[in-house]
Design a protein around this ligand. Sequence first.
Ligand code: NDP
Length: 304
Amino acid sequence: MLLFGPNGQVGWELRRALAPLGELIALDRLGRDGLRGDLTDSDAIANAIRTLQPDVIVNAAAYTAVDQAESEPELARLVNATAPGVMAELAREQNALLIHYSTDYVFDGSGDQPWHEDDPTSPLNVYGQTKWEGEEAIRAVDGNHLIFRTAWVYAARGHNFIRTIIRLACERDTLKVVNDQHGAPTGAEFIADVTAHAVRTAVTCPELRGIYHLTAAGETTWYEYARFVVEQVRAAGMPVRVAPEAIEAVDTDAFPTAARRPNNSRLEGYKLETTFGLKRPDWRSGVARALEEMAIPQKQGRAD
Ligand code: NDP
């Protein structure tokens, strides 16, 4: 197996989850042994795949700076669309399975129902547009592939909403958090474990190729999510200044950003569960577990 993007939230967890399935070679931008995993360099990606001839290619690398993408569309497109297209071509050439990740941002966020895999896409921002183009490039090649659309990813390691809220809750007495965007916080650990499970099935069942929605079960808003985080870390004895009641719910308009974001990021997980025989846990269980990992070492005064 060849893994691109091994140092991101999902990539890091994939190193653990994929390890029992076979030999795993992880290539980051800098690479190793003369092979590079820089997704802005299509020749380097093709060379790595042709040299290593993996049975499975897993692409956890992406241009994920949503606001910055508005001013760097060509770079975002190279990483999120061109490179996955090259991987798909090479995967078909090598008869390999390609695993790729996409996003709820391919949808426009309208309505209040969970999005199904075949609902019409209509990205609101450059990041979502380039991720959609990546999906289309892989689908056009039509080799053996799985594309997992996920949302609101967190991990004990990496930059994410949980870490930001804990930091702000320690620094401030009040917080304002957006309450009109809806989704399910999804752990990188869970994404990686589902991936490992699905890889085993998909390697021998190419008819399962396609797009799957992969999030935790249930739904929340960023505001409710922030309250949950603050309640949990306070209960664990972390010295946060903000009380849950001091968190104020605001609309998205309160925080102007370069990129527009969808209000409805709910993703329907039925297809994933029934195809691969899985059950998605409620988002709270994964977040509570990640908080244990993050908060308890701080409580005990250790460096994180
Ligand atoms: P991260 O931002 O944590 O990690 C992305 C990784 O991609 C980083 O390790 C980064 O490398 C790498 N990368 C960026 N540009 C390049 C490049 N030119 N060449 C090689 N590597 C590069 O992302 P996540 O783990 O959170 O996301 C995994 C997948 O899930 C992505 O496809 C993302 O689009 C999707 N997703 C994520 C969501 C989220 O909330 N985070 C929501 C929905 C979907 P480096 O460490 O060197 O910078």
